[in-house]
Design a protein around this ligand. Structure first.
Ligand code: ATP
Length: 546
């Protein structure tokens, strides 16, 4: 369902999920801060990913254990890394500039409705993520012009009305600026490199130029040999990293969806080339499933195999896992799972000259075969000029499967998915709007709220004791202010799955009321039941386990 994004962003701000970065100075386009609840939510997302993918991945396609290790690389690396990876040459988006207002747009996000009128081609333009979003706005624009009897109004009746984006508008077409208040024209599209630049050292010279990493993946490839040598891992295995990435996006948009600073959760899974399709399917299916296990409804989750025309030149297959965000009619990418072949390791072998370091030697297989080949040492055997195919059996460049997810994008998806507006009668019977955040318990910023029913008769002491017991285990919240109904409402609004109330009965038999946000009781309200004080911890732990 569509939600009002402005209202949603305000809700996120008012409740401490997401703030605009440096807001007191007017903010900075494309940069965001996570507030007290947002930081817990995003941390839970990253922790769930690390636990489910790195420490406890499910068995592989043949039931085997999966070996995964982690890495935490620097954001600024030797710039040669980015030459080798192709980012210096090719990490760019097509951009257009308005010759009059000087605004800059991503060419593939500016859409035109164009038609031939009186032998001349006329066009109207609008900025939107895709044509589906652009078309109704363009049609509305045309209708307005028609009312004013503007010559361009004739576009509406033109039978050959066509839609283009600025990057595929045929050469020579007029390119009006999409800004409402500007009648300028746009330039032809040009490539704009998205990497942020800086300088390492006191002199801002060309030699000192460095880049903020636009992805975490390259740090993994650059450390491939170090990881192999220090862990003695055997193929197949994966290396994972969570960390910041920076892209100087031309038009940051849709709240945090497209930011200039964001966090990625990436895996490079190295495997034998002959087994790579199997592993590609394993990761593609696992990654899609993961989102569902964290409460994303399957209707909103769309895996999309990229067409051959979309694939990066080195990729054998890529699936985008897309989510239907409420700000768009078309699903948008949460994660890309790409079969990258041997592209990256080969590129680093070529640029660094460390060909041996970036290959893999199958020692076990060699040891098995060496008797048969009547030689103990691989080096000796090489002197007998075996063919490339024969060598390739023992020494080869692994293939790589890369599931690359965005922590901020998923955080936004989780916030959108959890957001529920409904109307309930207040104490005078008037309908009042309220918001319930239905977070999966693993992701909820606060797991449990603890309330003494009243602030007397030993209840606060008992409630505080429970609070102090649970506090080291997970995030709990203590609240003794106002009517219990109000306190429940507040917890619903921030998505707390459990509320525990200490009342008169607790003082007699140690039983408490536990209220579960998403279990509906006979009265249509969240279910409440009595359990023993000592059971609270286990009930919550159960909901938190993967
Ligand atoms: P897009 O097409 O949306 O620009 P991409 O295909 O360039 O994304 P990748 O390079 O595959 O993205 O990056 C992997 C993941 O990193 C994306 O699936 C997304 O979750 C996240 N990501 C990429 N760019 C941004 C951004 N500007 N803001 C937030 N997250 C991002």
């Amino acid at each position: 369902a569509k939600i009002d994004m402005a209202k949603f962003a305000k809700f996120c701000k008012d409740n401490g999920f997401i703030f605009q970065s440096s807001e007191i100075y007017g903010g900075l386009n494309g940069f965001w801060d996570y507030g007290p609840l947002g930081v817990e939510l995003k941390r839970n997302i990253k922790d769930a990913w690390w636990l489910d993918m790195v420490r406890n991945p499910p068995p592989g396609p043949d039931g085997q254990e999966i070996r995964m290790v982690g890495l935490d690389c620097s954001i600024i690396m030797n710039p040669k890394v980015w030459k080798a990876s192709g980012h210096v040459e090719g990490f760019s988006d097509p951009m257009v500039d308005c010759l009059k207002c000087k605004k800059r747009f991503r060419a593939d996000k500016v859409h035109f409705a164009a038609a031939k009128i009186d032998d001349a081609t006329r066009a109207l333009s609008v900025e939107a993520d895709n044509q589906t979003d652009a078309e109704p706005v363009l049609r509305e624009k045309i209708a307005k012009l028609q009312k004013k009897k503007h010559p361009l109004g004739a576009l509406a009746t033109a039978t050959d009305l066509q839609f283009f984006s600025a990057s595929n508008l045929p050469h020579g077409y007029p390119r009006p600026c999409p800004s409402e208040d500007c009648d300028g024209t746009l330039t032809e599209p040009r490539a704009f490199n998205l990497m942020f630049e800086s300088h390492a050292g006191p002199i801002a010279s060309e030699e000192n130029k460095v880049y903020l990493r636009p992805e975490t993946a390259q740090g993994i490839f650059a450390n491939y040999r170090n990881v192999l040598n220090s862990t003695r891992l055997k193929l197949p295995f994966g290396i994972a990293q969570i960390g910041k990435a920076f892209r100087n996006e031309i038009n940051p948009r849709n709240f945090t969806f497209r930011s200039r600073e964001f966090e990625q959760m990436e895996i490079e899974f190295f495997c034998h080339p002959g087994e790579s399709m199997k592993w590609y399917e394993y990761w593609r299916d696992l990654r899609k499933r993961w989102y569902s296990t964290l409460g994303i409804k399957s209707d909103n989750l769309k895996p999309r195999e990229q067409g051959t025309d979309e694939l990066a030149h080195y990729s054998i297959g890529t699936t985008d896992i897309e989510y239907l965000f409420p700000f768009s009619d078309e699903p948008q990418e949460l994660e890309g799972v790409a079969h990258r072949g041997a592209f990256d390791l080969n590129a680093h072998a070529k640029h660094s000259g460390k060909v041996d370091d970036l290959a893999y030697f199958d020692e076990e297989l060699w040891n098995n075969d060496s008797q048969k080949l009547a030689t103990r040492s691989f080096k000796e055997w090489l002197k007998g000029n075996p063919t490339a195919d024969e060598i390739g059996r023992y020494k080869f460049v692994p293939h790589v499967i890369e599931p690359s997810a965005g922590a901020d994008r998923f955080t936004l998806a989780v916030l959108c998915e959890a957001y529920h507006e409904d109307k309930v009668p207040d104490k005078d019977g008037k309908l009042e709007e309220r918001i319930v955040m239905r977070f999966h318990p693993r992701l909820a910023p606060v797991k449990c709220a603890i309330f003494p029913l009243v602030n007397k008769d030993g209840m606060p002491e008992k409630a505080l004791k429970l609070y102090r017991e649970l506090k080291p285990l997970f995030n709990v919240f203590y609240d003794d202010k106002g009517a219990v109904g109000r306190r429940y409402r507040r917890q619903d609004e921030i998505g707390t799955p459990f509320c525990v109330t200490i009342d008169g009965e607790t003082m007699q038999n140690d039983s408490v009321t536990i209220r579960e946000r998403d279990t509906i009781g006979p009265d249509g309200k969240p279910a409440q039941r009595r359990i023993n004080l000592s059971e609270v911890k286990d009930v919550i732990f159960k909901a938190l386990s993967p």
